[in-house]
Design a protein. Structure first.
Length: 418
């Protein structure tokens, strides 16, 4: 993985751009909710920040269609530039009457995350032989950033106020845009849009159904997400009723789980270079199942070890699915296929979170953890067996030999003749 950063300057720059913007984004989320709470004194209005940021995800199929119809690099540059300006509008927030500005910025953040432009651009930027390591690095550092950035953002807000956050958020987008602008990339030709609109928007779903490996990975992921959302509510009951800790202990659990995700990102990358996506995904579900079972205990050390295993398992799932989408999907379907996967999994997770808020009043939290562990074990078995034939890798412009511009030439895939 580290060799990829050294020898591929284009990936190194997009990696730095993603890390910088990811830090700024994660630092803003929690702080915007805290700011809304301070302005209004309302928990509901603070919680509305988290609802607003997820709402644009419902438009993912439309946004995926857009990504496949335009050049991805200019689209990302426009997004970064607009966000850099929009975030500065937070400087105008001084009273509860202006909380709508916070909500507008939050919605823009959610919209930006729902656009699968970066993931689609990677198909044209990264040779297929480097897809595993590239995705693993992005996931590993993304998880690492999420450990420290929310605390950093909250610290900046508490010390210097919300206006300082506006400058930081805008600055991260400017840095990301400059790094992205410095990358020379030959993009695949945008789709001309000859299909009817409805058929074009749903093309990602149809393609997934035609590739058995993609269909299985996504179907099992949806089933798992339809249950794992219970964790969002169950963890509060576990901390209170089981561990006898204050609610603030959730911060410790989140940090420990985040640390596990960093380790999982590295280990997942090592395994994915040697094993198929189904095996990587199966290991991830098994790790999550073990962690969930350990969380049934009332012992703090075992509970924290369980959180580590849960955190370690999730990057395996993300890596296997992202790598499969990268390798087995044409460049000009990347936006719609990624959008299809995120849409169905997000809907399933949202439904299970809502179910958790109801079930926690009638079920012991330990039963909820056992149900989630059982779902993870079933998912591990379903994704791994029966064995599927390996799909053909769909080549991209990054796999072709470059000219003298310095573009890295793709190495042969494992199993291919040198």
């Amino acid at each position: 993985m580290w060799e990829l950063l050294r020898r591929n300057p284009r990936f190194r720059r997009i990696f730095l751009a993603d890390t910088v913007s990811g830090f700024g984004n994660s630092a803003m989320f929690l702080s915007l909710a805290i700011w809304a709470k301070d302005l209004t004194g309302s928990n509901a209005q603070a919680g509305l920040v988290f609802l607003i940021i997820t709402a644009p995800g419902l438009t993912a199929p439309l946004l995926g269609d857009l990504v496949d119809r335009v050049r991805r690099k200019p689209l990302l540059l426009w997004m970064y530039g607009c966000m850099a300006v929009l975030v500065l509008s937070l400087l105008a927030v001084r009273s509860p009457d202006q909380i709508w500005i916070i909500y507008a910025v939050t919605f823009a953040y959610g919209l930006m995350f729902a656009v699968p432009a970066r993931s689609a651009l990677l198909k044209d930027l990264i040779p297929s032989s480097d897809a595993v390591h590239a995705r693993s690095l992005l996931i590993t550092f993304g998880e690492g950033v999420r450990i420290v950035s929310p605390m950093a953002g909250a610290g900046v807000y508490a010390t210097f106020g919300g206006h300082a956050l506006a400058f930081i958020g805008s600055g991260t987008f400017i840095v990301a845009a400059l790094l992205l602008a410095s990358i020379k990339v030959v993009e695949s030709k945008p789709e001309l849009g000859e299909e009817p609109f409805r058929k074009s928007v749903t093309a990602g779903f149809r393609y997934v159904h035609q590739v058995p490996l993609l269909f299985r990975l996504i179907l099992v992921m949806v089933g798992f997400m339809a249950v794992i959302g219970l964790l969002e509510t169950a963890v509060f009951a576990a901390i209170d009723e089981g561990l006898r800790q204050e609610p603030a202990f959730l911060g410790v659990v989140a940090s420990v789980q985040g640390g596990g995700s960093v380790v999982g990102g590295v280990l997942g990358g090592l395994l994915a270079k040697r094993a198929r996506e189904t095996r990587v995904s199966s290991v991830g579900y098994a790790l999550a199942a073990l962690g969930l079972l350990l969380c049934v205990t009332r012992q703090v050390p075992l509970f924290l070890v369980g959180a580590v295993f849960i955190g370690a398992g999730l990057p395996f799932l993300m890596l296997s699915l992202q790598t499969a989408c990268h390798l087995y999907t044409p460049s000009r379907l990347q936006g719609r296929v990624n959008a299809a996967a995120s849409t169905v999994s997000d809907i399933a997770q949202t439904a299970s979170i809502a179910a958790g808020t109801v079930l926690i009043g009638v079920l012991d939290y330990r039963i909820m953890y056992l149900v989630m562990a059982g779902a993870a074990l079933v998912s591990a078995a379903m994704v791994f067996s029966p064995r599927l034939p390996a799909p053909e890798v769909v080549p991209s412009v990054a796999d072709e030999q470059s000219d003298s511009s310095g573009t890295v030439v793709a190495a042969p895939l494992e199993g291919e003749p040198k």
